[in-house]
Write a protein that binds this ligand. Sequence first.
Ligand code: BGC
Length: 708
Amino acid sequence: MDKEILLVLSASVVFLTSYTRLNGQQTKLHREQFHPLTFAEADKKADSVLALMTADEKIAYVGGDRSFFIRPLPRLKLREVYMSDATQGVHIRDKFVGNDLSNYELDKSTSFPCPISLASTWDPELSFRYSEAIGEECRAGGIGILLGPGMNAYRQSQCGRNFEYFGEDPFLRSRMIEEYVKGVQSTGTVATLKHFAANNTDYYRRRSNSVVDERALHEIYLPPFKAGVDAGARAVMTSYNQLNGEWCGQSETVIDEILRKQLGFQWLVMTDWWSVYDGEKLAKSGQDLEMPLAVALKDAHALIRDGKVTMSDIERMAKSILRTYFSMKFDEMKRDTLYYDNFADHEHTALQTAREGIVLLKNDGNILPIAANTKSILLTGDFVEKLAVGGGSAEVKGYNSKLMLDEFKKEFGGKLVYVKDPSAAQIQSADIVVCNVGTKDSEGWDRPFALPEDQELKVRLCVENNPNTIVIVASGSGIRMTDWNAKARAIVYAWYGGQSGNQALAEIIAGKTNPSGKLPITIEKEFKDSPGYGYIPAGESLYSGWNDGKEKEHPIFDINYKESIFIGYRWYEKKKIKPLYPFGYGLSYTSFEYSDLSVSKEKFSDNDTVTISFKVKNTGTVRGTEIAQLYVEDVHASLPRPIKELKGFKRAELEPGQTATITMQLTRKDFSFWNPAAKGWDAEKGEFIIHVGSSSRDIPLQKSIELL
Ligand code: BGC
């Protein structure tokens, strides 16, 4: 890289600015990393402002303003703070009647591959760059708070928002999310961990009660939030659902007890939009800010008069908002349009994420990459002329969007013919058929595991009429492939790739990029195989579209997390159900061989760190990246434990013939489970097995070790 540093005196003077010229072309603006004020420093400032606020001002401050703002208070020089969705880029709002958003108008924002695609990269460093770019776009738009990362669990494949989240495994999610938080906040933008907690379906999302036991909460659902809290996240958004019978946004157990005391979160807690109902409970719960406006606390004055809410409850809430405000230096913050200069770099990060996040599931006879001597390629499918995107508040329009048709034409020129609805004869006569199917996943509802009927029929038509059919899946979640999986020659899981996703996809199909993504989820054969099956109340069925009216009439219903800690591969392994594609799985155009597993200590005690090392060799003929995975098995446990659990992973980029020695370190926590009797993490003495391999089901190396 040819680096050229130009020092520039920034307009806002808050940051030292420099430009790096990459390869003599792109420039990237670097700010000095943002350092927030500590709790004690921010607390002092918050105290001094709170002392000057009138009771009315304090009451007003704890309700949101104009849908997406923390309210300004000009008398005390408190600025308004604008919030924007979401995890995969900045959602530009243009439809807020009566809201003057002119100070926050971005001409454009980069549409990144969806978070489940980011999770498929298993690349925490990329997660940092991805979210740093989004943080910079927030700065360019004067947006103080990013309403992301979305980070609920992939408990079942039908959840409409799985595309916004990071998959099924708490360890992988935690590693990606902690870097995500650091990336966003390194720019001075708040990261909001959402939605707390156990919000894993969008089916009548304001009416469900997640019934979750203590172990499942601590082992599966809370760890990514804890990782985000420890990474310094300055905000948490509570969820729409009830957890064990209480609305999360007004629950003392959820907020005060679990989030604040157990996870140690000290900063701003806000409700999800229109999700709380009882002002008294809200004020006592540890909640700080009711969004989008005070509804439960609409009659705060009356609640105070009746002694249900005290002024000190309101002060606690207002102070927490102020603390976060000062910690992030919002009193000095300026919109910084110089960051537009980095959009080309952001676009490149989006492209890189798609390159790493696409997962190759099947490649019989190495039909991919498509051979140079192929004469005719027939391209068909629903997302050839338009981008596949996830919908709802997370949707990002993007710019420079690359369509599949154009990108494939670039790679294959005149060999490529696009036919929207090909006949059997047309399919038969092509050398290769590329059939693209997918789902339109969205916030607000869940969607069937099965493809829409027309798409299912189309993909079957293709595989039945041409043995060289390559299927490309555009979806935010697992889909049913059972009836055509065996006949498809290759399957590429492309997720929602954002504005540059189709470029990465075409590169992979043509062999310019070697795929390396691995599934952050298990894809089941049938939905009934999955742990989430049966969550919809008897006699009801899925719907699509916003249904706020109907929602109000729907009774509150329980979703029993009866599988407890056994979600994802933990479930399929325990139940001995073979999934179609296992967690951690993904192919490459090269092959890898694992060997020489060794451990630094075969017997270890509580305070030891055990170093695990092994070798991975590229045994194929092209350069490729392997994501090596380490799982831990507790051989004899006093409580039921998963057969194995992910506790480490590393990416290794290798030339043909090259070998990497990979090391990972484990501590007591990695061998522990949540012990409800002791209300804490326990590691029991005895034998553990270390499993090392290329997916949760492909484990070439194992070694037994003992905790003394
Ligand atoms: C979503 C949140 C989002 C909020 C603001 C809600 O409907 O659940 O994820 O941040 O709207 O747009």
